[in-house]
Ligand binder design. Structure first.
Ligand code: GUN
Ligand code: FE
Length: 421
C-alpha cells in the first residue's frame, strides 16, 4: 500500500550534510521512498497520510554488529577485558542456548525490545546452535526486520561446553544456510567468531562456503591488544591481524565483509582494508566497557574506509542506536583531547551519517529518504522528554537534543514500507 508520513523530516545527505524539512511529507510507493515534499503532490492525492505533525521522522537506524544471545546479561560483568570477559561470562551464557526452551524465552525478550527500538536493519551474531538461531531468524523475519543473522563457528580455544568439531561446524553451517533460504527478509552471513576460535581448516572450509553460496562475512578484528598478540602467536607467518583473514579470502576479496571494532589498525593492514573495501563496525560503547580503546573513526572517515555504527550488545551495554551515536561523538572527543589532536571528532551530522546511509549501504539502497531508497523510517516522540525551551530549535538541534537525552523507544517504525509499530 502507498502512503505518506507527515512531520519534521531529517536525513543525512553525505558525511557533513543533512537535509532538514520541517512540516513536510515523506512518500512511500511499493516499499520505496518517492522523496520529501513540502506539499503533497497532486499525483499522490487520496493516499493514506499518517499525521505525525510535531514529531521528528528519521531513517531507520542500522546496527552493524550485535550479539542477540548476549542481551540476557547486558549491563552485567563490565569489569574485565575481552578474553577474560568472554571466558568468564559470555561463553557460559551463550552455552545456555543449546536448550531451546531457554533460547525461546531469551530471544522473545530481545526481539520485543528490538521492535520498539530505532533499529530497522542489522548484522547480528547468534550462537553455534542451529535450532535456537533458526527460532530467532523466524521471529525477526515474521516481524519484517531486514538484515543478516549468523550462526557462529568456533572449533578451537573454546570451552568444552561451547565448541564444535570442525566437520560438524561446517555441516551445521550448510544446514543453516539451506534452512534460511525460505525467508524473505533475514539472510544468512558467514560468522567465524574470530581468528583465535577458528582453526585454519575451519576457515578454509568456511571460505569455500562463502564462494559456493555467495554469502557475506562478519567477524571481529583488532579489538583488544592481548587479542592481537594472541593472533600473532597463532599465525606467526602473517604480517598483521588483517592479513590473517585475508589469507582465507575472508577479508572482502570475494564478498562483502563486516569487521567489528578495529580499534588498533596496523599500518600495512589499513591499506589492505581500503583495498578490500571492508566495512568497519564501530562499537564505541563496547570498546569503552571492555577497556579495548577508542577506534580512530575520524581517520577511517577521512581515509574513506567504510564505517557503520554498532551497539555490540552485550560488550555494548544498551540496544539503543541513539546512545551509540552519542558514544561515537563523546569517545571521539576523548581520543582527540588525550592523544590524537590531529584527529577530528565526530559531529552530530556525522553520527547520523554513520548510523544511516554509511552503514545502510551494506544492505543496498538503505539509510536515506532520497527517491529509490527502501522505505525505512522511525518517528521520534519528543514529548517523552518534557522541557521548556528558551528558543525555537531547528530540526537538527531537536534531533541532537534527543540523541543526548535518548530513550530507546520510538513512536512508529516502518521497514521497507511495512508498518512494524
Ligand atoms: N571477540 C570474539 N567474540 C566476541 C564477542 O562476543 N564480543 C566482543 N566484543 N568481541 C568478541
Ligand atoms: Fe562483537
Amino acid at each position: 500500500m502507498d502512503f505518506a508520513l507527515k512531520g519534521d523530516i531529517l536525513y543525512s545527505k553525505s558525511l557533513n550534510k543533512v537535509s532538514e524539512n520541517a512540516r513536510s511529507y515523506l512518500v512511500c510507493v511499493d516499499g520505496k521512498c518517492e522523496g520529501v515534499f513540502k506539499k503533497l503532490p497532486s499525483k499522490y492525492k487520496g493516499i493514506k497520510v499518517y499525521d505525525y505533525s510535531g514529531n521528528l521522522i528519521i531513517p531507520g537506524l542500522v546496527d552493524m554488529h550485535l550479539h542477540a544471545p548476549q542481551y540476557m546479561f547486558i549491563g552485567l560483568h563490565m569489569d574485565l577485558e575481552l578474553i577474560d570477559w568472554l571466558n568468564t561470562y559470555t561463553f557460559p551464557t551463550e552455552a545456555r542456548y543449546k536448550d531451546i526452551r531457554f533460547a525461546k524465552k531469551a530471544y522473545d525478550i530481545f526481539v520485543n525490545d528490538l521492535i520498539h527500538s530505532p533499529t530497522t536493519r542489522f548484522s547480528m551474531f547468534a550462537t553455534i546452535h542451529n535450532d535456537a538461531t533458526l527460532y530467532l531468524v523466524d521471529k525477526l523475519d515474521k516481524i519484517g526486520f531486514k538484515g543478516y543473522v549468523g550462526k557462529i563457528n568456533m572449533d578451537r580455544n573454546s570451552p568444552k561446553y561451547l565448541i564444535e568439531k570442525t566437520e560438524k561446524s561446517i555441516k551445521d553451517t550448510i544446514k543453516y544456510i539451506e534452512s534460511v533460504k525460505k525467508y524473505k527478509n533475514i539472510k544468512p552471513i558467514i560468522t567465524p567468531r574470530f581468528i583465535p576460535s577458528c582453526s585454519d581448516t575451519l576457515m578454509r572450509k568456511l571460505s569455500d562456503i562463502v564462494k559456493t553460496y555467495d554469502l557475506p562475512v562478519q567477524s571481529h578484528l583488532s579489538e583488544n591488544r592481548a587479542e592481537i598478540e594472541w593472533v600473532k602467536e597463532l599465525m606467526p607467518s602473517v604480517k598483521c591481524y588483517e592479513e590473517a583473514y585475508d589469507r582465507f579470502d575472508m577479508l572482502g576479496s570475494v564478498t562483502s565483509t563486516i569487521m567489528a571494532h578495529y580499534v588498533w589498525p596496523d599500518e600495512k593492514g589499513i591499506e589492505l582494508m581500503k583495498k578490500r573495501n571492508v566495512w568497519v563496525a564501530h562499537c564505541p560503547s563496547s570498546n569503552r566497557n571492555l577497556s579495548s580503546g577508542i577506534a580512530p573513526v575520524g581517520r577511517f572517515l577521512r581515509e574513506k574506509i567504510k564505517v557503520g555504527l554498532a551497539t555490540d550488545v552485550a560488550g555494548g551495554s544498551y540496544l539503543s542506536m541513539f546512545r551509540a551515536m552519542e558514544d561515537a561523538i563523546t569517545t571521539s572527543k576523548i581520543r582527540k583531547c588525550l592523544y590524537d589532536p590531529e584527529y577530528y571528532n565526530v559531529t552530530i551530522e556525522q553520527a547520523l551519517y554513520l548510523a544511516t546511509i554509511s552503514g545502510g549501504e551494506f544492505f543496498g539502497k538503505v539509510g536515506s529518504f532520497e527517491k529509490g531508497y527502501e522505505f525505512d523510517a522511525v518517528v521520534i516522540d519528543e514529548k517523552s522528554i518534557p522541557t521548556v525551551l528558551m528558543k525555537e530549535l531547528t530540526v537538527l538541534e531537536r534531533f541532537e537534543r534527543f540523541v543526548y537525552r535518548a530513550k530507546n523507544k520510538v513512536k512508529a517504525k516502518f521497514i521497507a514500507g511495512k508498518k512494524v509499530i
